[in-house]
Design a protein around this ligand. Structure first.
Ligand code: ATP
Length: 324
């Protein structure tokens, strides 16, 4: 019902539609129309009401709204099936349930908050209201090795969009974080679901500190948010739409085999290249110069003139100068 009212209001952009017309079209009473309009307003839709003319949709909300997303998507596959929730334990977990039930390639799960979001190695990912907590389900036509690069593609797509939409000099911290001047702004977690050969499904979890206040996150986490950096909240739906579009382009390019293109774009956005960093692995710290990534996505660290490769597993990247 809610979506039908929105569809009616949106069918005549900028114009008023009478309560009578809505009530007739949807076969509900005028009082029920009014109730629905009130509920929409409470969800952040700006709807003008004029006694003689009726209702007019003025503005859609900044918060995640399935109706807004579906209406504005410009992608071919990503987000064509969309599941948007107020709260989930974790969008990755819910995606796994959907995969079990059968789901389209490109389906997207979104939650306004997560109660047990996770980062790498089951580390806690704090996910309060105001952020974008999302999982993209993919059934890509890629080898397992190339599919693993989709986390790099995701980082490139999200960085590109943050720069384009907000003019922020966001960078990628290998392997899966987006940072702004050393503070984490988003995290990406890729997981293969089931046995690759049998299922060929991959999920990409993406968490973005969008409209959070610094006080919404634990003070010991070196994090920042788009709202803090920009000084105002952003339209979460616009960001999701632009990101899915950009990710679709990256996936197409990877599927067509342009691995060098991906590597070049990743390097252009990478934090700390040619700087001294420390790689922490199994409790050991290895200092060296960050040289970039190999064509299979491993980190290249130059230690005493020799190049060493690290795969993402439980490797942490640190720097004393704060550029990562
Ligand atoms: P590190 O960030 O310490 O190098 P990592 O890259 O492996 O580790 P992830 O596993 O991707 O980190 O993410 C989990 C970590 O991110 C947590 O241990 C916590 O420090 C931090 N974190 C948790 N929630 C958020 C958030 N909303 N924004 C930024 N950082 C977060």
């Amino acid at each position: 019902m809610r979506n039908e009212i929105l569809n009616l209001l949106a069918s005549q952009p900028g114009k008023y539609i009478s309560g009578e017309a809505i009530s007739q079209s949807l076969k509900i009473t005028r009082a029920a129309v009014w109730k629905q309009i009130q509920a929409l307003r409470e969800s952040g839709y700006e709807i003008e009401a004029q006694t003689k003319s009726g209702y007019r949709l003025v503005k859609t909300p900044f918060s995640l709204e399935e109706w807004v997303l579906k209406r504005s998507l410009t992608t071919k596959t990503l987000g064509r099936e969309i599941h948007c929730f107020g709260e989930l334990s974790s969008t990755n977990d819910y995606a796994k349930v959907l995969i079990h039930q059968g789901v389209e390639d490109g389906a997207v799960v979104l939650a306004r908050r997560q109660t047990s979001g996770r980062g790498r190695m089951q580390r806690v990912w704090e996910s309060p209201e105001g952020g974008i907590w999302m999982t993209v389900i993919l059934k890509p036509h890629l080898s397992l090795a190339d599919a693993a690069k989709l986390t790099l593609s995701t980082g490139v797509a999200l960085t590109h969009v943050c720069r384009e939409l907000y003019g922020l000099d966001v960078q990628i911290k290998w392997p899966n974080d987006l940072v702004y001047q050393g503070k984490k702004i988003a995290g990406i977690l890729g997981e293969v679901v089931g046995e690759w050969n049998a299922v060929q499904t991959l999920i990409l979890g993406v968490g973005i500190n969008a409209n959070l206040e610094p006080k919404d996150l634990s003070p010991d986490i070196p994090a920042t948010t788009l709202k803090e950096l920009l000084g105002h909240p952003i339209n979460l739906n616009d960001l999701v739409i632009a990101f899915l579009k950009s990710l679709e382009i990256e996936i197409k390019s990877l599927t067509e085999g342009d691995i060098e293109g991906l590597r070049a774009r990743w390097l252009a956005y990478a934090a700390g290249i040619d700087k001294e960093v420390q790689v922490e692995q199994a409790g050991q710290g290895i200092k060296g110069i960050l040289k970039g990534i190999s064509s299979s996505g491993e980190l290249i660290l130059e230690v005493k003139g020799q190049e060493h490769l690290f795969s993402s597993g439980d490797v942490k990247l640190r720097s004393s100068e704060g550029y990562i």
